[in-house]
Structures are given as C-alpha cells and as structure tokens.
Design a protein around this ligand. Structure first.
Ligand code: ATP
Ligand code: MG
Length: 253
C-alpha cells in the first residue's frame, strides 16, 4: 500500500485534477484506490460527481475522531472510493488546532482502512496548515504539481521546508517523488526552462511526462468524471496514465 500527498500551497496548479486523474488511471489498472479530499472547498468531492452539500459525514468528523473513516467513505460511479470533504471541514480544522495528536490523526484513521487499498491519494488544500501537515505525516511520497510559468518557484522553498520538518519530526519515511509539470505548453521553450530551473535550484526530480495544457480538463469535473472517463484517448489522459504507471513499476521513487 502506498500513500501519496498531492501538495502545493499555490492555488489552482492542478492538485485536484492530478489526484482525480491518477486515481482513475490506477483504477483502470485494477488497483484498489482511495482518494481523500482534504480541501474544505470540496473540489475533489464535486469533481467525482458528489455534491459536497449533501454529505452527512466528511473527513472532518474522521479527523475529530467522532466518526470512523469507513463510515465516511463513499464509492463513486467510476469505482473510486472517496473520503469526502465540504465546508464544515473548516470548523474541524479550527477545532484540531488545540487537540492532541492533530498531525497524526489522519494517519491513524487511514491505517484502519489501509488493508482495503493499494493506493491512497491525498488532495491537499492550497495551504501549509494542519490539514496538509497531517497529509504529509500519513504519506510515503509527496507529489508536487507545478504550473510551469514565471514565479511558479515562489513558495517551493517553503513547501520543501514543511516537508523537511515532517521528515525530521513526524514521518521519517516520507520521500519527495518529484515535481509534476501541469498545464504544460510544449510549444514554448519557456515552460521547459521554468521546470528545469526549479528542478535544479531545489534538487527536485521532474516527473515525466508533463501534463499538457488543455481545455478538456476543465470540462470533465462538471459532469463528475475525470478526463480519463470523458476523453479516454486524449493526450492529457494518456499523460496521467503514464505517470500512474510509474507507481506500479515502483520507479522512479
Ligand atoms: P486549488 O488550489 O484551488 O485546490 P488545484 O491546485 O487543485 O486548485 P485544480 O482545481 O486541479 O487545481 O485546477 C485548477 C483549474 O485548472 C481547474 O479549472 C482545472 O480544470 C484546470 N486544469 C487542471 N489541469 C489542467 C490542464 N492540464 N490544462 C488546462 N486546465 C487544467
Ligand atoms: Mg484543489
């Protein structure tokens, strides 16, 4: 079983799209997959066809310890298991700040269902707060989606500092899988130059292939599917399949 946090405190870089698409690709390959929506905005929950406002139990109750993960998990039309989120998770997050073991709670909760899954992917909110630290504490690997544009490097240092703190004080097994270029415009040298500069500055592996920029990505969540379901042969879907395949090869890590 492998648990992967999809993290970047910069908003709108493709974290949720990456989580949903790699999850769908792993399910296609016969893997048992749990996705965890840790964003109170509920973007992943919505994009998998579940109305965040209809939820009775969210990841928030699981973190507070009032419900078990297995009670909160829902199964989507695509056969993906989801631990969902909605705006009430904001209160759970506030409540956690003064609670014992706040950074360990997700790991403890997921440990109880880990036997049912081959992969657990954690979609983090665009912050480095307690929810993201909890995700890192529960993970084997970190995947950093990054939009290849000027200033994309802003915040990468701070993100790696947080990862380093978690490695040092909470979870020494955590490794950085790498940076996944998203919304990549292969027609310009600029995008490639940005990715290369970030990789060399921070000594981060680049995960290939880059995910191409395409309007198709924006269309899929509106009908509750990932691009793998709506545009199975699209080059964006194929790129995510190729990234997911590396998890099954066990390389690179
Ligand atoms: P947030 O930080 O708000 O949670 P995020 O990092 O999870 O955002 P997404 O929600 O996955 O980012 O993507 C932001 C927007 O970009 C969405 O409208 C999504 O459909 C679109 N998008 C994602 N990937 C691509 C892509 N490869 N090409 C074009 N648009 C994309
Ligand atoms: Mg998101």
């Amino acid at each position: 079983m492998t648990t992967i946090s999809v993290v970047n405190q910069k908003g709108g870089v493709g974290k949720t799209t990456t989580t949903a698409s790699i999850g769908a690709a792993l399910v296609e390959k016969g893997q048992r997959v749990l996705l965890v929506d840790l964003d109170p905005q509920g973007g992943l929950t919505f994009s998998l066809g579940i109305d965040p406002e209809d939820l009775e139990i969210t990841v928030g109750e699981v973190l507070l310890g009032t419900r078990k993960a297995e009670e909160a998990i829902v199964v989507t039309d695509d056969g993906i298991h989801l631990l969902p989120s909605n705006i009430t998770v904001t209160q759970a997050e506030e409540g956690l700040v003064s609670r014992t073991g706040r950074e360990q709670r997700l790991r403890v909760a997921l440990d109880k269902v880990a036997g049912d899954y081959d992969f657990i992917l954690l979609d983090c909110p665009p912050t480095l707060g307690v929810l993201t630290v909890g995700a890192l504490s529960a993970s084997d690997k970190v995947l950093i989606p990054l939009q290849a544009e000027t200033l994309a490097h802003r915040g990468v240092g701070q993100l790696l500092e947080t990862v380093g703190d978690v490695q040092q004080f909470i979870n020494s097994d955590l490794t950085v899988w790498g940076v996944l270029p998203t919304m990549f415009d292969g027609r310009t040298n600029h995008a490639r130059a940005v990715v290369d500069a970030i990789s060399s500055t921070y000594e981060l592996p680049i995960i290939e292939p880059a995910i191409p920029k395409s309007i198709r990505f924006a269309e899929a969540p509106a009908i509750g599917r990932s691009i793998l379901g709506t545009q199975a042969k699209h080059k964006g879907a194929e790129a995510y399949r190729a990234v997911a395949a590396q998890l099954l090869d066990g390389s690179p890590s």
